[in-house]
Design a protein around this ligand. Structure first.
Ligand code: NAP
Ligand code: G4F
Length: 349
């Protein structure tokens, strides 16, 4: 990978723009990446990953009344923050034009499935049309940049084949999944229509101590820690039978990076190849702190979805064989690591 990275920088990277002998600025030789959604779970891990590889990192944030920099506070001096919004074409075009990045990672989205049922139009604006806005900006002001789109296993929805791979037909089951499918196909379309190096990673669920509190893993690990510390007694949840292929977010940002180093642009499925139910998740998390989950979990229909994705499991054979990617944490390691992190966080307060 390292060898390929060096070749890559002399052909596609900033080194190409800095004529030999004309620059004494070593930073001009560093590749530059622009990340939308840098304040999110994946954006924060990706920024760390790219900084460690020597990239200049530009992070796109939207204007809010107070900063949501919790996940990237430790990176702030090393990351350039710029303002733009997925809803605003002009702001996206300007930040891409000014940054002239070598790589663009589009991680920004309305990413919570239940919210997509209550705010379907806004989800379409952010998660679907937002992708076209960025691709239009890339096409017009920085067409040499390599573009990564954060596609999702939610696009498989009511699965048509098990396990799910790159050739599996899509059948999304939520406005979010449908918006992601639009983002996926518009990325394919810009690759085929305009010759952009534009790819989608079809990522299965990935989690970490930085996961948003509303997602099921973090909701469960936080509750297990709270109940263990005597700060809560019950956890209200939805469908315990749903099954997901859960991996560690830190591994998945490496997959994103690898996809943009490949000699030809291709889409990849990224997952562990293992599936577990929400009930297993609860059992591992509560068991880790010596609690019997049956005494604390209350199933509440309020958390059921109008249409559910029952069972997801990835076939990551292509990315393993072609890009050498592999997950590093098992399901049990991931869940117990998250419970331990929540315990530490709560005990510090
Ligand atoms: P996340 O934690 O919810 O982060 C979403 C990011 O998008 C945040 O930085 C958010 O900024 C930003 N954003 C939302 N609306 C925006 C707007 N209008 N303009 C600019 N930025 C906006 O999501 P994640 O888990 O890191 O996931 C990253 C991407 O991968 C998302 O596209 C998600 O749909 C996709 N994905 C995730 C998974 C997974 O399991 N995590 C799996 C497959 C695909 P604020 O901080 O301002 O809200
Ligand atoms: O953690 P979740 O909310 O994630 P979901 O819906 O699978 O979506 C996540 O993964 C996608 C990739 O497949 C991403 F594209 C998307 O952005 C997001 O990151 O729910 C997982 C499962 C669902 O089946 C849900 O019904 O857990 C079930 N569940 C049961 N009780 C619950 C709850 N989910 C949540 N959020 N809260 C509950 O109380």
């Amino acid at each position: 990978m390292h060898g390929r990275q060096q070749v890559r920088f002399t052909t596609h990277g900033r080194a190409q723009r800095a004529a030999p002998g004309t620059t004494s600025d070593w930073r001009a030789l560093m590749p530059k990446a622009l990340i939308t959604g840098i304040t999110g779970q994946d954006g924060s891990y990706l920024a760390e990953h790219l900084l460690a590889k020597g990239y200049d990192v530009v992070g796109v944030v939207r204007r809010t009344s107070h900063h949501s920099y919790e996940r990237i506070e430790h990176l702030i001096p090393r990351v350039e923050i710029v303002a733009a919004d997925l809803l605003d074409q002009h702001s996206l075009t300007i930040v891409i034009q000014e940054a002239q990045p070598d790589e663009i990672y589009n991680l920004a989205a309305q990413s919570f499935v239940p919210t997509s049922f209550t705010q379907p139009v806004l989800t379409g604006e952010f998660t679907a049309l937002g992708v076209t806005r960025i691709l239009e900006a890339v096409r017009l002001v920085c067409p040499r940049a390599r573009f990564y789109q954060a596609s999702s296993s939610e696009m498989f929805g009511k699965v048509q084949q098990t396990p799910q791979r790159e050739t599996t037909p899509f059948y999304p089951r939520s406005p979010y999944g449908i918006a992601k499918l639009y983002g996926h196909w518009i990325t394919v379309n810009y690759r085929e229509s305009y010759g952009l190096y534009a790819v989608s990673g079809i990522l299965f669920n990935h989690e970490s101590p930085r996961r948003g509190m509303e997602f099921v893993t973090r909701k469960v690990t936080d509750a297990a820690a709270r109940i263990k510390l005597g700060r809560a007694t019950e956890l209200r949840m939805g469908n315990l039978d749903a099954k997901r292929d859960w991996g560690f977010a830190g591994d998945y940002v490496d997959a994103m990076w690898r996809m943009l180093q490949a000699p030809t642009p291709q889409d990849y499925v990224v997952g562990t190849g293992e599936s577990h139910s929400v009930e297993e998740l609860v059992a591992v998390a509560f068991g880790h702190v010596g609690l019997d989950w049956r005494k604390h979990i209350v199933v509440d229909p309020k958390f059921y979805r109008p249409a559910e994705v029952d069972f997801l499991i990835a076939d990551p054979a292509r990315i393993k064989a072609e890009l050498g990617w592999t997950p590093t944490l098992s399901f049990e390691q991931l869940v117990t690591m998250m419970v331990d992190a929540d315990l530490r966080r709560l005990q510090a307060r």
